[in-house]
Design a protein around this ligand. Structure first.
Ligand code: AMP
Length: 189
């Protein structure tokens, strides 16, 4: 069992790298952004609330994302481990993740942060928005707020894993394949 928290600001390449890691190591990809978008597309009341927060670049309340992750961990079946992408985004979420995994006799094995300069992030997100159609990837004010929220509310999650000696950082300024190679060197499954 190997559980990886793939971390970094919006546009740092977490989703892209997570997909490659899932293929190579047979892990289950849990992206809270994807789970929240699925709920949003259903058009439920909860989905509408999520949409309004996402469109403003704000975080969805901890309880909602924690329950989404809890359900997936509880019904895990016979998996080799998880890649958590975009979760945890607050210290509260990180603490709850530790507890949820412990209840299933698991642990976070490693947190890897993808490091990218801020001006590159904005360009990458805008480019992604042209293809994905995601409204939060197309509005410069929303993108700026997402990066601010990362800096003020999310980046401190690093301290949580650093204190557990699980924190690793990888530069993602180069190509997708270069970064993937660096990530794989850290993963010893
Ligand atoms: P992402 O696809 O990871 O870029 O997430 C898109 C948006 O979903 C974020 O800007 C937040 O509004 C919301 N979101 C995703 N993951 C979380 C999380 N762990 N906690 C709170 N909000 C989240």
């Amino acid at each position: 069992m190997f559980n990886l928290v793939l971390f970094g600001p919006p546009g740092s390449g977490k989703g892209t790298q997570a997909c490659k890691l899932v293929d190579k190591y047979n892990l289950v990809h849990l992206s809270t952004g994807d789970l929240l978008r699925d709920e949003m597309y259903k058009g439920t009341q909860l989905g509408k609330e999520i949409q309004s927060l996402m469109d403003n670049g704000e975080l969805v309340p901890d309880e909602i994302v924690i329950e989404m992750i809890r359900t997936r961990i509880k019904s895990k079946g016979n998996v080799e481990g998880f890649i958590f992408d975009g979760f945890p985004r607050t210290t509260k979420q990180a603490e709850e993740l530790d507890t949820m995994l412990k209840e299933e006799n698991m642990d976070v094995d490693m947190m890897i942060t993808l490091d990218v300069d801020e001006d590159i992030l904005i360009n990458r997100i805008l480019k992604r928005g042209e293809k994905s159609g995601r409204s939060d990837d197309q509005n410069p004010a929303t993108i700026k707020n997402r990066i601010d929220v990362y800096n003020t509310r999310t980046s401190s999650v690093i301290d949580h894993y650093r204190a557990q000696n699980k924190y690793v950082s990888v530069d993602n300024m180069g190509t997708i394949d270069e970064t993937f190679e660096k990530l794989c060197k850290h993963i010893t499954i």
